[in-house]
Design a protein around this ligand. Structure first.
Ligand code: PLP
Length: 379
């Protein structure tokens, strides 16, 4: 792989830096020299290239994963008073995107192995007000889409896939993004590939594509004059600089994903037998994880927050990942409380993410694991 140019200090361990090379510099400088900073060919090409990569017909680039999710919510017709079935074990954006429209979250607890929506519990949450199921492929592991699709079909619900953490993941032999409903990817710097900030929604439907294209660009129709707006839209556009960086990253994505798999294998080899540490799985017959972060789950007897504190003191950045959304302070108005989703809460209380990134050297994985073992040994 080409050499990384964003520097990683020799003595410091970073949590999740991006992998940037001279290709990105060249691409960005090219855009600057062209003077075309917005609404140009970089975005158009990036959209087509990402769509092709994931096996979707169309892609629309956005300013972030969150804005792409919001567009998916708009196009699904989710609005005030509707309920959306979703997972509490996610980053807040997967719920915020429909709160913006006045819809209500209907959380369903997660499966203790995949950390995704528990397919056995979804149908009981459907009511007359349910409009959609918004599934998340948490930590890059595909949700149970076959079951979700069956329930959605039976109750005539829309489906949105928040694959912000799962670019490159495969479900039953198909890439996420190709399954037949709007799917969102995100390109924040800790993701599998980055545009700085950025996102994309992909779809196989031309009608949806046209709506996405209009909404992302102030509600303009593609063939209309600049100041004509048939509908209320947003400025959620991706810049040309970001798209050019994304195109350079996308060319290396297969290598990035392979490198991340390798780093995960190295971690697994070192941590598999450490008492109190439980690993998350890479694959089974129907799911192929795209490695986003490296998360471990600690046994109850280990105090996760103390482990993180001691790791930080030893120079290893680690994070409690993720808090359950229904317990966030701003969610109180929906009446959720501790105990509502015990699996999600237990996972939230026991998981932590370790340093993990494309191109992470085996020696650095070693250092992290040695320090983790020491910390755990002392507790
Ligand atoms: C599951 C999930 N959804 C949505 C997002 C939002 O993406 P962004 O930060 O690009 O807005 C993230 C970002 O980390 C995420 O992890």
């Amino acid at each position: 792989m080409k050499q990384r140019i964003n520097q990683i200090p020799k003595k410091q361990i970073l949590l999740g830096p991006p992998y940037l090379t001279g290709d990105e510099v060249k691409a960005v400088v090219g855009v600057i020299k062209s003077g075309q900073l917005s609404l140009g060919e970089q975005v158009e090409k990036f959209e087509k290239e990402v769509a092709r990569f994931v096996g979707a017909r169309y892609g629309v680039a956005t300013s972030s994963g969150t804005t792409a999710l919001h567009l998916a919510v708009k196009v699904a017709g989710i609005g005030y008073g509707d309920e959306v079935i979703t997972t509490p074990f996610s980053f807040v954006a997967s719920t915020n995107c429909f709160l913006y429209e006045g819809a209500t979250p209907k959380f369903v607890d997660i499966d203790p192995d995949s950390f995704n929506l528990d397919p056995k519990k979804i149908e009981a949450a459907v009511t007359r007000k349910t409009r959609a199921i918004l599934g998340v492929d948490i930590f890059g592991y595909p949700a149970e889409w076959k079951k979700i699709a069956q329930i959605a079909k039976k109750h005539r619900l829309k489906i949105i896939d928040d694959a912000a953490e799962a670019l490159g993941a495969v479900y039953r032999g198909k890439s996420l993004g190709s399954l037949g409903w709007p799917t969102v990817f995100a390109f924040y710097p800790n993701k599998q590939m980055t545009t700085g900030e950025g996102g994309m929604v992909v779809t196989n439907s031309k009608a949806e594509f046209i709506k996405f294209k209009s909404l992302v660009n102030q509600g303009r129709a593609g063939d209309m004059q600049w100041l004509k707006h048939p509908s209320l839209g947003y400025n959620y556009r991706m810049t040309e600089v970001a798209a050019a960086m994304g195109r350079a990253q996308l060319k290396k994505l297969k290598q990035f994903l392979a490198s991340r798999r390798q780093v995960a294998v190295w971690y697994g080899q070192r941590l598999a037998k450490v008492p109190g540490v439980n690993l998350i799985k890479a694959n089974d017959k129907q799911h192929v994880r795209s490695w986003f972060i490296y998360v471990i789950r600690l046994d109850k007897k280990l105090n996760r927050d103390r482990v993180i504190k001691k790791l930080l003191a030893a120079g290893v950045p680690a994070k409690a990942y993720l808090p359950s959304i229904h317990l966030q302070p701003y969610m109180r108005r929906f009446g959720y409380k501790r105990g509502d989703f015990p699996v999600s809460e237990a996972v939230s209380a026991s998981t932590l993410s370790l340093p993990f990134y494309t191109g992470m050297e085996e020696a650095v994985v070693d250092r992290v694991c040695e320090k983790l073992k020491k910390v755990i040994g002392k507790l």
